[in-house]
Design a protein around this ligand. Sequence first.
Ligand SMILES: *Cc1c(COP(=O)(O)O)cnc(C)c1O
Length: 380
Amino acid sequence: MCQATIDFIRELYGRKDFIPLHEPIFNGNEKKYLNNCIDSTFVSSVGKYVDYFEEMVVDFTGAKFAVATVNGTAALHIGLLLSDVKRDDEVITQPLTFVATCNAISYIGAHPLFIDVDKNTLSLSPEKLLTFLQTNTEQVDGRCKNKLTGRLIKAMVPMHTFGHPGRIKEIAKIANDFNIELVEDAAESLGSYYDGIHTGLFGKMGTLSFNGNKTITTGGGGMLVTNDEGLAKRAKHLTTTAKIPHKWEFDHDTIGFNYRLPNINAALGCAQMERLTSIIENKRETAKKYQTFFSAMEEVSFVVEPKNARSNYWLNAIILKDRKERDSFLEQTNRNGVMTRPVWKLMNHLDMFKNTLPTDLENAQWLEDRIVNIPSSAVI
Ligand SMILES: *Cc1c(COP(=O)(O)O)cnc(C)c1O
């Protein structure tokens, strides 16, 4: 099965050399816009490409507002600050995520509270979430208090794993019922929809990433999306050193952040946004080929988009029989120049988060033992 998979992937990409997990493609106006940007001298904190880039993300996602940031982690940090998360509060997230989600929570001095994922969506499980909240929390002055720790649960950050939308409508309803702010980590799911609505738009805010390994890239970059004008304005203010606009005076009304996206990165982003629809079509076709290939193998299951969802198939994933099979598959593919990776080590196993409140995480553990990501770049 392993050799057959290696052969299939080599044929799919038509390459005999090393096949990476995910590489960016620059076959549009990237060089032109970058040159324009350099010629204009506005490569840094001022320039028109940031506005264009934000407008393009608004047009594409259907969000009312978008605020560009220096990376996706910064967008999450700001999203949580604007959700009134403070030191010693708790923020619900899933143990199966990239460390950035938990880092953003920790920057505020808040604590992640891990709730299990679904085996089929790989994202936060509404059932486990509801059970935890019903059993262990009480409402105090319109806030959700965790009776086990005495802390307030201010926000939740579900994450759409590998671009596959989680059951975000059910999650949003629970968040609303328990007075918890919803901030979606849509870093991996640009171009993914649930019930026809773009991921990141089910709560007050969502965040995107344009890191080099994502569906499209600005080198490094992120974006906060929201339908709330007040929040968008505050996000822009906070990410640009909280400077009060004035032609020459320096006045800042709070401690702000230098989280703005440089114009040169935004220029790259504009060119990439122009290609986004065709890149996603291409990735979905590749995923379909994988799905057909793996459907003939009993011992492997290929992860497909969940019900009611349309996925960007950012990273293709397969689920193997057990951890031993996973390790042997990783070993053989990587030895043969086909890059594959296990899913992230669960967050509750990392040193910084291992003392968080223990909860039932059996699905996440089951998935950690079995998931492997396989090459997912657009086929050109
Ligand atoms: C990529 C990613 C982020 C943000 O990453 P940056 O590198 O800071 O842009 C956040 N969460 C998840 C799940 C990610 O995959």
